[in-house]
Design a binder for this molecule. Structure first.
Ligand code: BGC
Length: 442
């Protein structure tokens, strides 16, 4: 079998399996047997500050978005104005039937100038957490989701070893200010993201350097480093240490707060001849990070798709594969192998902290959620300790360099007036969440 037909047959077989399991939540099937999720299972949706809040003026990404020749197709600007509309959004999330909200605290707002911690910004995030609690929703808080203060990037960002202590100090301040309200703490979102993009050569090194030097020039400094565009080895080494020190800082204030990192994971599959390369890449991108996570209370697993590896590395998505708006394969099965791998390498509880799909067809989102939940069900049946399913994302939002084009949200946002519109997929997930169960497929 050649490489292409191998991939196509693997894809069609598994997709047919997912489709045959199609759920009808809330209809006749729900009268039959149901798979019950563990008591206390968290059902939620996630956002990240920069992607939804709007006007994150002091952040490194804001600066990058404004550069001539920016790698971003458009700037974030007002985003979803979630900074002012969080109460309405949390109420909506609760009305859907979800019981947790994963949001991030924006470092660039909390420490806009090195060493100056904004009481007003920290109060804001305390209010966001209070609003969750008021609606019976558990706050799952990410301390750092990709964006950093400009001053931090201008002193070398994560390439600078001082980043470790600076992040720990920030973690301690946040925990002192709102830690009493937090249910689950994620230190750093996708701390292996730079390693993953580097291994994929997502942005060629010359382009990365050009963007960083244009950013440095624009603010009159020598060097500027915003992950994931900076020097990958230094970033990964420091960010791992920052996670550990940040975790210890959080625990020094609230020793019982479940704390962990989140990781971006891929359902790696070997094309013929790619087995060795797969092992090597998986070690560099995932396992070396998972091993560090062993010292944590949990690991946050985030998976969206699969990738095939041959003897030379990642190979492009094959013709005929169904694609998402992101250009990668529509692959609801991604989360199951990611969970199994994370659990077997770390031996600690798993929180699914992100999983979702960029699509304009909301029926596809429903299929995706269903496929993912079937995989989670199988993992639970095998005894894996999984504590949450948090969907990416609550709102159609700023999808980084892809701007507002990809729509990952359970809720659409009208960009002219910020009006929210609940999509059928939101109700689909909400019904499952409310019953904490899935109909058993025949
Ligand atoms: C990130 C999100 C992003 C999502 C969809 C995850 O890797 O944490 O910020 O929007 O993927 O691409």
């Amino acid at each position: 079998m050649n490489r292409r037909s191998f991939i196509q047959s693997a894809a069609s077989g598994l997709y047919a399996l997912a489709a045959s399991n199609k759920l009808q939540a809330g209809s006749t099937a729900s009268a039959g047997r149901r798979f019950q999720f563990p008591n206390g299972f968290l059902w939620g949706a996630a956002t990240a500050a920069h992607q939804v809040e709007g006007n994150n003026l002091n952040s490194d990404y804001w600066l990058l978005e404004q550069l001539p020749n920016s790698p971003f197709i458009e700037p974030s600007l007002d985003a979803c104005d979630h900074y002012h509309r969080y109460a309405q959004d949390i109420k909506l999330l609760a009305q859907l039937g979800l019981n947790c909200y994963r949001f991030s605290v924006e470092w660039a707002r909390v420490e806009p100038v090195k060493g100056h911690f904004s009481r007003a910004a920290m109060d804001h995030y305390r209010n966001v957490a209070l609003s969750c609690i008021e609606h019976g929703v558990k706050p799952v808080v990410t301390y750092h989701h990709f964006t950093c203060p400009i001053w931090f990037a201008a002193q070398g960002g994560w390439e600078n070893p001082e980043s470790i202590d600076l992040f720990a100090r920030y973690c301690e301040k946040i925990t002192r200010h709102l830690g009493d309200l937090i249910s689950v703490a994620c230190t750093i979102n996708e701390l292996n993201f730079t390693a993953q993009l580097d291994a994929k050569n997502f942005v060629p090194i010359e382009r990365r350097k050009a963007v960083m030097s244009a950013a440095a020039k624009s603010i009159g400094v020598k060097h500027f480093s915003a992950a994931p565009l900076g020097e990958p080895k230094a970033i990964s080494n420091n960010i791992l240490k920052a996670h550990q020190k940040g975790r210890d800082a959080i625990k020094s204030v609230r020793p019982t707060l479940p704390t962990g990192m989140t990781l971006t994971m891929i359902d790696f599959q070997a094309a013929p001849g790619g087995e060795q390369k797969l092992k090597q890449l998986r070690y560099e991108i995932e396992d070396r990070f998972l091993k560090v996570a062993r010292g944590d209370d949990f690991v946050g697993v985030q998976a969206y798709t699969r990738e095939f590896i041959d003897e030379n590395g990642f190979i492009p998505v094959q013709q005929g594969a169904e694609l998402t708006q992101m250009g990668y394969e529509f692959w609801p099965n991604a989360i199951e192998p990611a969970i199994r791998r994370a659990a077997s390498v770390t031996g600690i509880p798993i929180y699914v902290t992100e999983n979702g799909v960029g699509t304009a067809d909301d029926n596809k989102r429903i299929d995706y959620i269903e496929g993912a939940l079937r995989g989670i069900q199988r993992c639970l049946e095998d005894g894996i300790d999984i504590r949450s399913y948090i969907h990416w994302t609550l709102l159609d939002n700023f999808e980084w360099t892809n701007g507002y084009e990809p729509t990952f949200g359970l809720v659409a946002v009208d960009r002219n007036n910020f009006k929210r519109r609940v999509k059928p997929s939101a109700n689909f997930l909400g019904k499952i969440a409310s019953s904490n169960s899935l109909p058993v497929s025949s």
